[in-house]
Design a protein around this ligand. Structure first.
Ligand code: ZN
Length: 308
């Protein structure tokens, strides 16, 4: 049967448009294998998990959540969490594409956390430490009033207990929905760290992918030792924004850990699998002492109440 050309053209227009870049359906069962975004090799998920989520083939560091980062550092993965109940009150009644209050509620439900920082105490290679880890899944790990308060309390708790502090940064920077109040956290946390410094207690900053904005511009760069994860994006403004502003091509690897160490911005790049050993060695060098074995960690419950 002959087809009317107009008819054919009309039919064609009704076909759904398929994208050239549409991904082909993966033949590997969902959840068992992961494709490494760096080397492209398929990695068995169990192998990955047994390797601290580092690709066994090319050492690409997959992103961890805050709880996984803490578990990787504390002895036996055990720690006590503090100040868990602090929540933002939406001080500016902020609305962008949706009300901030709504965004917060949704994120709290999806992450099971109340804000982007987890403060924990426990032992790292036998040393008593306070560790605060930032959670990227919580509105980009952004630093609002609650994050600032929790980090400050973490430092104050370390001061009280005379213990070293570690902050693991993973953040897009200040939380714009809290405006200037979130910017004030830069000064607040920095001031607490200055008190820690005067008390001659060590602070080690661990910068992971990504650490940007106000976090980089304050406490993440204030460590007695600033250690970065391999190939992590670390900077203030992002590379695209800088390129557009200065109208110049940026050098290869700009704002990546290795580049920053080479140019004196950071002290070390450490593979996640070596992180605990390196931190423990550094803390011992800085004079941290082993916790007495006879005293088990019980203070967590008591200290979980506000210290001020
Ligand atoms: Zn890989």
């Amino acid at each position: 049967m002959l087809q009317c050309p107009v008819m054919a053209w009309f039919k064609k227009a009704r076909k759904p448009i398929t994208s050239v870049t549409a991904e082909k359906p993966s033949r590997v069962p969902e959840g068992l294998w992961v494709k490494c975004p760096d080397c492209g090799n398929p990695v068995y998920k169990k192998d990955l998990q047994g390797n601290l989520n580092v690709c066994p083939k090319c050492a690409h560091h997959f992103r961890l959540n805050a709880a996984e980062r803490l578990a990787a550092l504390f002895d036996g993965g055990e720690y006590v969490e503090h100040f868990r109940d602090l929540r933002s009150t939406d001080p500016l009644q902020f609305t962008d594409t949706k009300p901030y209050r709504e965004r917060l509620q949704k994120t709290i439900e999806s992450t099971g956390m109340n804000d982007s920082v987890v403060v924990a105490t426990g032992r790292l290679d036998g040393l008593d430490v306070v560790i605060a880890a930032m959670e990227y899944a919580f509105i980009g790990g952004s630093m609002g009033v609650v994050a600032g308060e929790k980090l400050t309390r973490a430092v104050e708790m370390a001061l009280e207990r005379r213990q070293p502090v570690l902050i693991i940064s993973c953040s897009g920077g200040a939380r714009m929905m809290e405006g200037a109040l979130s910017l004030m956290q830069m000064a607040k946390v920095s001031a607490a760290l200055a008190r820690l410094d005067r008390a001659r207690l060590p602070y080690i900053s661990i910068l992971t992918d990504p650490t940007t904005g106000g976090v980089t511009a304050s406490f993440a760069m204030l460590g007695d030792l600033n250690i970065a994860a391999p190939k992590a994006l670390i900077g203030f403004a992002g590379p695209r924004l800088i390129e557009q502003t200065i109208r110049q091509k940026l050098p290869e690897g700009f704002q990546r850990s290795e580049f920053l160490v080479e140019h004196g911005m950071l002290d070390l790049v450490v593979d996640r699998r070596d992180m605990k050993a390196v931190v423990a060695r550094a803390l011992r060098f800085m004079g941290a002492e082993l916790a007495p074995a006879a005293v088990p960690e019980q203070a967590g419950v008591a200290v979980a109440a506000p210290t001020r």
